[in-house]
Design a protein around this ligand. Sequence first.
Ligand code: FAD
Ligand code: DLZ
Ligand code: SF4
Length: 511
Amino acid sequence: MSKAPRTLRLILGDQLSPEIATLRDANPTSDIIFMAEVMEEVTYVKHHQKKIAFLFSAMRHFAKALSENGFNVAYTKLDDPLNGGSLNSEIERAIAFYEIEQIIITSPGEYRLLQIFESWEEQFGVPVLLLEDDRFLCTKSSFLAWAKSRNNLRMDAFYQFMRKTHECLLENGNPVGGKWSFDTENREKPDPKMKIPTPKSFEPDEITLDVIELVKTRCDAHFGSLDNFNFAVDRSQALEVLEEFITERLPTFGRFQDAMIENEPFMYHSLISLYLNCGLLNPLEIIRAAENALQKGSAPLNSVEGFIRQLLGWREFIRGIYWLKMPQYKELNFFGADRKLPDFYWSGNTRMKCMAQAVQQTRQYGYAHHIQRLMVLGNFALLAGIYPKEVNDWFLTVYTDAYEWVELPNVSGMALFADGGLFATKPYAASGAYINRMSNYCKTCHYKVSEKNGETACPFNYLYWNFLKKNRSLLEGNIRLKMSYRTLDKMTGEKLQIIESDSETFLSSLP
Ligand code: FAD
Ligand code: DLZ
Ligand code: SF4
């Protein structure tokens, strides 16, 4: 009988799922389950302090649970004096120490790491087996096949394909409620007097307190506050967050999906992305929980469909786009934008109330909801012509749920249109009127949303027209912008000059 090769199974910080492919046929006694906290992952962008604390605590809880289940876990902490600082150096050390003959890894979420892992076989002289990450509901190859069968890449068509594939919200093969999307019922204006449920929070245990101290000492120059750390850090707590969302927030989620209220950072959103993206929750269990709420009558269809569309549609679609288009996707800059990221993206120090609110809550919680990311922070970066790489680095740094596979297409594709419209039919550019419609921010803002030009006018107003004017040759053929260009064409030369000079004055004053 031949002896099985001594196997190291690497689990990354965003692979904390008991069902991860890496563990599937593991031999608990002879295989080494390897995990490492390394400075290279902490600093390739200087992640938000709460993200690092969250992920390290979740990694340590996961490792502990594996050990308790009889696995042979080798775990390097960040402050281990022998820690070499990168996954590369830690694997090299482990191969020598445990006399490893084979490495097994589930494919990573980022192209950067895939390249490193693909080089290991040659570098270390041991076979490296890369497994499919089947926690996603559409494999890379099924996405490729779907994309090849289409003339264009549109999320709504992909979403229908996924609904059918996973038999989700279907009635005799047709969509429940007679249509695939209820997005027109997801755009209600907020009522600032609404009583929004307080999100579930968890007292830090010993493991989390240790990690918070570690992050305080090693990462104090990173963006974000560590104060009041109250995230879930293991699977059972993450399931409690999901349960709270399904019962308390999902019923109202649909109506106010796009709404923003001053000092209400969470609205009716699920706050699950950080747990889902690191593997503590899996997408299908979340989708089935939402479907179940519809069947029980505890949540309406516009909420359940609206929520499932984000997970089964947008999340899987965005990941498909990433793997379809990397590595070129990262370099795209359709508008040739070259402005530096203004300092207020870090400090929150701006008189634009919408921007200040979004940045301040990002600093505090590592969280902003979709419309804040897209129509406030992203919209401003688009209109101001900020260099896509700087915008991408910022988004990857500041959110607790940020990994390049999901951050990059959302930023470069959806918010900045830097891919020239690979999947968005037009840029998500908007004037202050949109933000005013969907929030109460403008009521207390230094700037006046009703004013189009001048020192106290809302900057989004003139920047919007300036953006369209400046990028005319690239955009005027877009059918969905016909109306906007018609309006622009009706403006007098004097008006256009004022728009341009207000924009120049404002943009050149940016810190
Ligand atoms: P909910 O509003 O409750 O939505 C439920 C779930 O749907 C989310 O948890 C998420 O898993 C999924 N989802 C919704 N929209 C998207 C989307 N566009 N792409 C992928 N998944 C989606 N999401 C991330 O997970 N990581 C990121 O780094 C990230 N960066 C973004 C950057 C920009 C510019 C934009 C416009 C969006 C970004 N998103 C990102 C998508 C979305 O904003 C977040 O998933 C969402 O705000 C997370 O909060 P939630 O869990 O309360 O989501
Ligand atoms: C985000 C992150 C951080 C901050 N630290 C670690 C770490 O120390 N060890 C680790 O295995 N993973 C970490 N991660 C998650 C990885 O960056 C993530 O696996 C890749 O970005 C691929 O998605
Ligand atoms: Fe933002 Fe303009 Fe409204 Fe101020 S007036 S909150 S800058 S949209």
